[in-house]
Structure formats: structure tokens, C-alpha cells
Design a protein around this ligand. Structure first.
Ligand SMILES: [Zn+2]
Length: 235
């Protein structure tokens, strides 16, 4: 059954390539322009509601590891799910519509919470210059741009920089990746974030190691606070 469902999903993704105005979730052609899903499938997305919950599972991941103020995730990420299809569309098929939709939904969730009112900047987790060349864009930046459409905060790019030598990390085993994490990023213009409240945005949260390293780098610039927002959280 699971196999059949996977085939069905791949078929829908393939049809979507041929006919872009088809919903990735259910295949209907009742899709608004610039949307990857129909209204019903957007409503049915597995939202976590974590942004409104204090001490939620995302915040707990970083307890004792990173000095953060708030954290949340928009969606639950499970294997062979629509969310997985959408994330791979965003990361590997250059489908920016997915990133904009995730960003808008996350922006709406955050705008509804008073505890996010005082933020100064959104910083998307950067990818290395070599990855920008192969992928063409930074998926976290696209999500941040979607957020900006509904939650009006400036985007701060070129402050946090991803070191290029770590770009082959996916080929390394988990232990090797964790060992090199502290040097994943560096802060280029520390004065830009001094005394500011920052929201760090990423696409998928798994171990939290990447975000932990990014927060550590940001902290060297003495911001007032750093919080985390991710589009999807791996269960
Ligand atoms: Zn649909």
C-alpha cells in the first residue's frame, strides 16, 4: 500500500511538471496561480501549531545546546508524505512556489503571536557559494521571502556566511558531520546584528546541528536575541 502511495505521489509530481497548474497533493486543476497546492490541500497540511506553544518540542531540541529565545516549526515532516514531496520540489526541482507558500504560512503563524512582535531581522540559513552555483538559489531565503509577504521584517543576507569547504558534508557520516559543525559558519558583519532581535529561518530541522552552529556564530555578534523558525520538522 505504501509503495502504491509513493508511486501515486511521483506520478502527481511528474504530471505537475507537464501541467504546472495541478495540485501536488490531490491532482486537481483548481489551483491558484503561483500556488503548488489547492486550497483544500493547503488546509490539510500537517501543521504543528508550535509557534504558539512555549517549551514546544523544537525549543526542547536546543535546550543546553544553543542560546535561543523562541523556536517553532510550521509542519511535521514524515517519510513518503506530501511534505516530503514539497521539500524535494523546493530543494532539487527549483520549485520556488513551494518555498513562498511555506514562508507565507509560517509568516502568518508568527504574525499571530505577540512574542514575535519585537523582531528586527530575518536571517535565512545560508548555503555555500558552490551550492548556490549548482542549485541556483538558497531555499531558506525563498522561504524567508515568502514570510516577508505577510510578516514585514527586513531580510539580512551576507551577514552569516557558510564556509565552502563544508559543502560535501552530505557524503560524510554523521559523526564526521557533527565534528565539523562548530566551524560551519562565520559572521561577516557583526556590527549589523549587535543588540538586534533575530529570527533564523531554515527549511528542514533534523538533528538541529546546523542551526546550533549558526546560532553560535550569531552569538559572537552580541545580538539581543536569536529565535528559530523552520518550515518542517522531522519526526
Ligand atoms: Zn489539492
Amino acid at each position: 500500500m505504501k509503495f502504491f502511495e509513493s508511486i501515486q505521489r511521483y506520478l502527481k509530481a511528474f504530471l505537475h511538471l507537464l501541467y504546472p497548474q495541478i495540485c501536488f497533493g490531490c491532482g486537481t486543476d483548481q489551483v491558484e496561480k503561483a500556488m503548488p497546492l489547492c486550497q483544500q490541500c493547503i488546509q490539510d497540511l500537517p501543521c504543528t501549531d508550535f509557534f504558539g506553544i512555549n517549551e514546544n518540542p523544537i525549543e526542547k531540541i536546543f535546550w543546553g545546546r544553543a542560546e535561543i529565545q523562541n523556536a517553532g516549526a510550521l509542519l511535521f515532516f514524515t517519510k513518503d508524505s506530501l511534505v516530503q514531496t514539497l521539500i524535494s520540489q523546493l530543494k532539487y526541482n527549483h520549485n520556488k512556489k513551494v518555498g513562498i507558500l511555506f514562508g507565507r504560512l509560517m509568516g502568518e503563524a508568527i504574525a499571530a503571536e505577540e512574542k514575535y512582535n519585537h523582531f528586527d531581522f530575518i536571517i535565512p540559513i545560508p548555503i555555500s557559494a558552490s551550492k548556490i552555483l549548482t542549485r541556483g538559489f538558497n531555499q531558506s531565503e525563498v522561504i524567508a521571502m515568502g514570510m516577508q509577504q505577510v510578516w514585514h521584517r527586513p531580510l539580512l543576507k551576507d551577514v552569516l556566511i557558510k564556509r565552502s569547504w563544508s559543502n560535501s558534508q552530505t557524503k560524510k557520516n554523521r559523526k564526521a558531520r557533527l565534528q565539523q559543525v562548530p566551524d560551519l559558519f562565520f559572521l561577516q558583519k557583526p556590527s549589523d546584528i549587535e543588540g538586534k532581535h533575530i529570527l533564523l529561518v531554515d527549511d528542514v530541522l533534523t538533528t538541529g546541528a546546523t542551526l546550533e552552529a549558526a546560532v553560535a556564530s550569531l552569538m559572537t555578534g552580541s545580538p539581543a536575541s536569536v529565535s528559530i523558525a523552520v518550515a518542517a520538522y522531522t519526526l
